[in-house]
Ligand binder design. Structure first.
Ligand code: MG
Length: 168
């Protein structure tokens, strides 16, 4: 049996790094720190890609969304490393007999340019998910200087996952 899941997330840029940002690395995307002149506004480390991935996994399992599972009103999540949202969801996935077939993601960001980092980000996601490198794809887009992404107000992530239970 197969199930598909879709996840999206957006964080707006602010003047200060989010609570969980590692020092000197103001942007965390897919668990990879990227130098940026601005950080995002978030309760956690503001990792849009991991948040969208968690939503996609929860969606494929029919288990609601990241806000249900990890409320941003819970002070336990202030400054959280977003890998701490992924780990319990992967535990649920395995407990339900599911495995991830592949992940396809798009990150939309005007600056800094993500192109030089997308392979490292995809590789890190594959490692976090225990997948072969070619099972995770990360695409980078700009906002073409229009709309909230293009003006540099925010960055967006969109993720699709395919889950499998049993043998193909
Ligand atoms: Mg988020």
């Amino acid at each position: 049996m197969y199930r598909v899941g879709l996840g999206s997330d957006r964080h707006r840029f602010g003047d200060s790094p989010p609570d969980g940002s590692p020092s000197g690395r103001l942007l965390v995307i897919g668990g990879v720190g990227i130098d940026s002149d601005r950080g995002v506004v978030a309760h956690s480390d503001g990792d849009v890609l991991l948040h969208a991935l968690v939503d996609a996994l929860l969606g494929a399992m029919g288990q609601g969304d990241i806000g249900d599972r990890f409320p941003d009103t819970d002070p336990a999540h202030d400054g959280a490393d977003s890998r701490s949202f992924l780990t319990p969801v992967l535990t649920d996935l395995a407990a339900g007999g599911w495995s991830v077939v592949n992940v396809d993601a798009t990150v939309s960001l005007q600056r800094p340019k993500l192109g030089p980092h997308k392979r490292a980000i995809a590789g890190n996601l594959a490692r976090l998910l225990g997948l072969a490198p070619d099972a995770v794809n990360v695409k980078a887009k700009t906002g073409e200087k229009v709309g909230p992404v293009g003006r540099g107000d925010c960055l967006d992530a969109d993720v699709v996952v395919l889950l499998m239970k049993g043998t193909p």
